[in-house]
Design a protein around this ligand. Sequence first.
Ligand code: MGD
Ligand code: MGD
Ligand code: MO
Length: 694
Amino acid sequence: MSQTIVQAACPHDCPDTCAMRITVEEGKVVRVAGDPDHPPTQGALCTKVSRYAERLYHPDRLLYPMKRVGRKGEGRFERISWDEALTTISQRLLAIAADNPQRILPYSYAGTMGLVQGNSMSARFFHKLGASQLDRTICASAGAAGLKHTYGASVGMDMSFVQEARLIWLWGTNSITSNLHYWTRVQEAKRRGARVVAIDPYRTLTADKCDEHVALLPGTDAALALGIMHVLIREDLLDHDYIRQYTEGFEALRERALDYPPARVAALCGIPQAQVERLAREYGELAVRQQQPVAIRLNYGMQRTRGGGQATRAVACLPSLVGAWRQRAGGMLMSTSGFFPIDNAALQRPDLMPDPQPRTINMSTIGDALTHPGGGDFGPRVDAVVVYNSNPVAVAPESGKVVAGFAREDLFTVVLEHFQTDTADYADILLPATMQMEHVDLHKSYGHSWLLANLPAVTPPGEARSNSDIFRQLAQYCGWQDACFQDADDALAAQALQPHAWTEGIQWSSLRAQGWQKLNLPDAPFAQGGFPTRSGKCQFYAEALAAEGLDPLPGFEPPHESPQRTPELAARYPLQMISPPSRHFLNTTFANQPGLWPKRGEPSVEMHPDDAAARALQHEQWVEVVNDRGCLQLRLEVSERVRPGVVVIPSIWWRKHAKDGKNANELTSQALTDLGAAPTFYDCLVEVRAAAVE
Ligand SMILES: Nc1nc2c(c(=O)[nH]1)N[C@H]1C(S)=C(S)[C@@H](COP(=O)(O)OP(=O)(O)OC[C@H]3O[C@@H](n4cnc5c(=O)[nH]c(N)nc54)[C@H](O)[C@@H]3O)O[C@H]1N2
Ligand SMILES: Nc1nc2c(c(=O)[nH]1)N[C@H]1C(S)=C(S)[C@@H](COP(=O)(O)OP(=O)(O)OC[C@H]3O[C@@H](n4cnc5c(=O)[nH]c(N)nc54)[C@H](O)[C@@H]3O)O[C@H]1N2
Ligand SMILES: [Mo]
């Protein structure tokens, strides 16, 4: 039997961006494996991706274009031809655009992280149309803003050297779930004698395997970081030479940190004072006195509350205070995406936009945007949405509003998808999209510094077409002659790569031939400063924030919904709800593969035994999780993994798979973070009570 092996890249929104080898037999994918030669992947894939053939050949895959025949949200469709689909969409969009193109909104995120299928031809299409722009804030923009104001960009230490670190803090991150290949290196570091600490309100699988677990209250990370700074300063555990040469604003930061003595921090974070002091001493003594590498893996869990941007800044200051950057296994890693010299302008062609540029709508407040009647500062009402690479009905906060928006009979909705998701149920026209093994793409990463090529292994099923093809064809149906709408996927991939010292020797042709190549970066990029800020220094004090009237120093702000800020609300809804990713889902992707569901096969809420006892609730009974935005019925898991005062809803389930047709976002709010206008999914007060009906 003839077998071929095709080089691929995992498309999912995960820092690991694995290189894969796809085995094809008689036109079918029979095996999906990690590339053994790609250093970050080391031949291993996570459970969900190693079973990719199940997703590829899932019986529910969308195969043909369809139009709605039932009511909005009912999910009843009828097959139509591509010609009818493209004619309907282009005519409808052009008609709306003739009045005001800003009435059209594209909505997309990282269903695929590929630069070609992500946002290239689609961006050109919406720019030319003059549609509203989308602010892509739903995941990482608070932290990205925090890093920008501290290091100048989303840059950090190289994951290749983590195994050499002597102390690793996993801060707001469940690596086993969401960053498996980093965890492999942490384990190696442990074998070599490193201490590993998890800083997380929830005792995750990762926290279980750490030497210490700091179970702070959600949204108090900035206070903890400032408390650690306080101790570092008080006990003179500082790298004065690094601070003098490569940072700015130390005196001001020092003043700020002095306001956060460990006793105050312990009370704010709900942890012992001795723990704050011990964390600081361990970190400072290893880095400063013993000149040993200390590493922080900061992730997104701690950014999803009101103060997420400043919290990122506070943590990001720590390695500069102790000179951890001097070593290649020291420093901090939140994201490496800012290292990649990608030519977004060439890919997306913002020059096609009309002047003045169309307004921008924040994707995290899509509920408000779609239910806005139009007028005032908002501008014209949104009358058409084109969704691709995203599932907003399930993932955006405050589902009640999101659903009300998508349910508008006068909203024209197009959805490009693999499956009939919660969002697809609201489509007027539903289009079948290709999967990664069926199209070409180019990938960067936000967890490592390799570029990767993805080559198609098999032909698409039914009449599925790639995102880039669909938008190329829509441009033709709109009658646009611009040459940029003729570019093939290979041309797009080539245009994305910008000549730069870091990409010397890397072209699309070499990537296509080799599969992946590493950026030419120094091992310890900030050993001697060289941060991508204006001064080249790490900014403890950020002038740009001061200029915007914001706090120029990292500070602690209690969550939007907290006893400090909203005591009346906290009295009615005393529990803080967080809804971090489930291990075998990727956001809502894979959540339609029952083989990957947790053992009970239904969504649940976890609560500490003391909180359950106080409410006379029993393990495994049905409960209602409520706040003023909504009510959710879930199975209760009483568990010491959750700290008191917090409840955890592992996410993100499809709404339609739950008994009551809802998920955690029924309860989350559209309030935004201090920096980056990001959502505050984990800034959400609730109460839990016995369900009225079983
Ligand atoms: N398997 C899997 N992998 C994924 C994803 C997925 O859905 N499933 N999602 C991908 C995406 S889109 C992203 S953005 C990344 C996310 O990557 P991470 O941010 O690393 O996400 P998690 O692994 O959930 O880790 C977040 C942790 O933060 C904790 N947490 C919640 N609130 C706070 C807080 O206020 N402070 C602190 N210190 N911790 C807090 C949660 O309990 C959780 O354990 O993962 C990516 N990888
Ligand atoms: N409560 C709560 N809500 C959250 C979070 C949380 O932790 N808690 N996490 C938030 C975070 S970090 C993120 S990043 C967002 C993620 O939100 P989304 O970016 O919406 O991610 P997914 O839910 O995985 O939906 C991606 C969709 O894209 C589709 N897709 C994949 N590839 C392609 C393609 O090539 N073409 C087309 N047309 N479609 C494709 C998939 O089938 C899938 O349905 O959710 C956020 N929402
Ligand atoms: Mo994300």
